[in-house]
Design a protein around this ligand. Structure first.
Ligand SMILES: [Zn+2]
Ligand SMILES: [Zn+2]
Ligand SMILES: [Zn+2]
Ligand SMILES: [Zn+2]
Length: 441
């Protein structure tokens, strides 16, 4: 944690908080690739001989993980061949930890301000009125009764408090590519509020969370440091709904209060000057700043393509949807500006799909216009923008291995962002980013 005086200005790229989780769990889908304790990738994982469910890098990690796994190990074995879901496992870890002195554990935010688990918001009232969450709570309780049958479970009121705190305060633990590999409860970082235009970012080295500021700040004041809780490549209404449903608050951040970015939800491309012409659903297109006017046939085609793309985006699953994306993009051609949210989302899906299918030329074709869209929707200094740039760099090298001059500028831009968001000392920068450039030269 930063020791500097809270009255000093803070420059962007400063780590303002570091935290280890109160409890955490690896996502079960990563069990074969990542160590259950340190969450790092290892091709030679060894299974715990007790439960044969979780795996570790080796003895050191197994020993370190044992205090949280000891009772769990026995329970995992007991319920075999069933395995508890990730939420049940996390909740069980919470219950066991709280019963064994964890309720007294505190993490400091400043020298005189600290948080215990009970200080986290439980939103008991909202959870009780939330049909879906209550249903899930009852399911979890049913499973816990069996899974923790040797323990004395807290009473229903306490259980609901634990569940509420878990729902509201969990962090997705992300790997370098910003994929969620686990879930953790972090006591001190849970004081940080949300903004759709954040000035700080949470990144991870294994289970260690680091908060770094991405803007210069006049002083360290926790009520003015914000991270984003949600995916920012979404419309204002979508974000507000998600925040209300998942965290029970109405977002009043500067971005939700303005239309500067969200006006690009629907944006046409002017046929004359190719600049964006933004429009709200139901409104007529305003004239372009160049003087051009869009006629009614343009408008008709635009909204028909928008409707079609929105429907398809809802239907897209993890299957091969590249053909659907192509169809959307064809309908959008000559009508949509690349910054338009609907187009960005389709390009994003097309890029991912092309990468999965190893269609490198197509991936570049979809990825390049996506860079501007990421910078608009996520921000210039967002880890996801950096990851996209890195992917484009890697793909360009695959496509033309003998000419890295074009690719390098994407690498350099990505590295600069990662220096800011993760830091040069981070595992991701040291192991994944720096090594890429060694391969080039
Ligand atoms: Zn390990
Ligand atoms: Zn075990
Ligand atoms: Zn907002
Ligand atoms: Zn124009």
């Amino acid at each position: 944690m930063r020791n500097a005086s809270k009255h000093e200005p803070i420059s962007k790229g400063t780590t303002v908080m570091e935290s280890v989780p109160f409890v955490y769990c690896l996502k079960s889908s990563f069990r074969r690739q990542l160590c259950d304790f340190c969450l790092k990738a290892n091709s030679n994982l060894r299974k715990c001989c007790g439960c044969m469910v979780v795996s570790y890098c080796g003895r050191v990690c197994q020993r370190e993980g044992w205090k949280d796994h000891k009772i769990e190990c026995k329970n995992l074995l007991k319920v075999k061949p069933n395995t508890p879901t990730d939420s049940v496992r996390l909740m069980a870890r919470l219950i066991l930890k709280l019963q064994r002195g964890g309720d007294m554990e505190a993490e400091h935010i400043t020298a005189i301000w600290s948080r215990k688990f009970k200080d986290l918001l439980s939103h008991r009232k909202e959870i009780k009125e939330d049909v879906k969450r209550m249903e899930y709570f009852l399911t979890i309780c049913g499973v816990l009764n069996e899974y923790l049958s040797d323990e004395i479970l807290p009473n229903a009121v306490e259980l609901l408090g634990i569940y509420g705190r878990m729902c509201i305060n969990s962090f997705n633990i992300l790997n370098g590519e910003m994929q969620a590999i686990g879930t953790g409860i972090y006591l001190a970082p849970s004081v940080i509020d949300h903004s759709c235009s954040p000035n700080a970012v949470a990144t991870f080295d294994g289970f260690k969370l680091r908060i770094r500021v991405t803007q210069d700040l006049p002083k360290l004041d926790w009520s003015f440091i914000y991270i984003s809780y949600i995916d920012l490549m979404n419309s204002k209404n979508h974000r507000k709904k998600e925040l209300k449903e998942r965290y029970y608050f109405d977002c009043n951040c500067p971005r939700c209060g303005s239309d500067e970015i969200d006006c690009y939800h629907y944006a046409a491309r002017c046929p004359s000057c190719r600049n964006p012409i933004t429009v709200r659903r139901g409104d007529k297109f305003p004239p372009c700043s160049c003087g051009s006017r869009l006629d009614s046939s343009f408008s008709k085609q635009f909204w028909s393509a928008a409707d079609f793309s929105e429907q398809q985006l809802l239907l897209m699953q993890d299957t091969n949807y590249l053909d659907v994306c192509k169809l959307c993009l064809t309908k959008q051609e000559d009508l949509f500006h690349d910054l338009c949210l609907i187009r960005s989302k389709v390009l994003d899906a097309a890029f991912d799909s092309a990468v999965q299918l190893q269609l490198w030329e197509s991936a570049i074709q979809y990825g390049l216009p996506l860079i501007h869209a990421y910078k608009l929707w996520y921000g210039n200094e967002h880890p996801l923008t950096a990851i996209l740039l890195l992917k484009i760099f890697k793909i360009m090298l695959l496509v033309s291995p003998n000419d890295d001059s074009a690719a390098l500028k994407y690498y350099q831009e990505a590295a600069k962002i990662i220096e800011l968001t993760h830091g040069k000392g981070s595992m991701f920068y040291q192991q994944d980013v720096k090594s890429l450039i060694r391969d080039v030269k």
